[in-house]
Design a protein around this ligand. Structure first.
Ligand SMILES: [Zn+2]
Length: 248
């Protein structure tokens, strides 16, 4: 266990002072790791907030280059990054903003072949890609390796969030057994402030998973409609016949 330094105590004082958080939770964050798949409108805020909170290592995956159409929601990217690999933009920013956070970055997306290898390297997974293929691959790897996964998704002005603990809560395949017919991999509408808000909430859940602090969204789905600013929380259940987690 790596101990906190005096500078850590100073830098993170305002969160260490949260009742019930303390140095123990901060030490856990320093010794923990998180995988964030895609660092776009959702995973960008998640990865930034986890590094900012003192998580020791983040692993970030994202293929492709930055386009102008990404910029309404990319807090890790700048105009002069357009045309460059997105993972390089993100890594460069982390080196400047949070040099003490170890960043492992790869210009690839999660899939059936690589998901298990990436998931095995971390304590928690934050599921932030736009495609269901990636999400299903990560879900399967998390169930097989018994790793918790923060499941966050948005569309337009709406967002949903739940925390998956394999064997204890529903997995993604319990909640969404088949890819929705309306789903398009790319090009769905979203407001940057809505995806960033969801990213903030997902980061809070990841911090709770890593520290044991607070009450996790286990077996519960948070859903919000930013048009009306309505927030709902409702129970979700496992499916006994789930092909992914049913045997756990
Ligand atoms: Zn399941």
């Amino acid at each position: 266990m790596i101990e906190l330094t005096d500078r850590d105590r100073e830098m993170f004082k305002r969160q260490i002072d949260i009742p019930g958080f303390g140095e123990e939770a901060q030490r856990k964050l320093k010794n923990s790791s998180a995988l964030i798949t895609r660092v776009g409108g959702l995973g960008g805020p998640v990865s930034l907030l986890l590094a900012m909170a003192g998580v020791g290592k983040i692993v970030i995956l994202h293929s492709g280059r930055l386009t102008w159409s990404n910029l309404n929601r990319q807090i890790l990217m700048r105009h002069d990054h357009v045309g460059k690999p997105r993972i390089e933009c993100a890594t460069e920013l982390f080196e400047r903003l949070h040099p003490e956070c170890k960043v492992v970055a790869a210009a690839e997306d999660a899939n059936e072949e690589n998901a298990k290898e990436w998931v095995s390297q971390v304590d928690v997974v934050c599921d932030c890609p736009p495609s269901f293929e990636e999400r299903y691959a990560l879900n399967k790897a998390c169930v097989e390796l018994r790793k918790p996964m923060i499941e966050a998704a948005m569309y337009g002005m709406e967002g949903t969030l739940t925390t998956i603990v394999p064997g204890e809560t529903p997995c993604l395949a319990c909640l969404v057994p088949e890819k929705p017919p309306w789903w398009e991999t790319y090009g769905f509408p979203v407001l940057g402030a809505v995806s960033a808000a969801l990213g903030c909430l997902a980061a809070v859940e990841a911090i709770k998973v890593l520290t044991g602090f607070g009450e996790m969204l286990k077996g519960k789905m948070l859903s919000y409609d930013a048009n009306a600013m309505d927030f709902y929380k409702f129970p979700v259940e496992r499916r006994a016949d789930c092909p992914v987690c049913g045997s756990l």
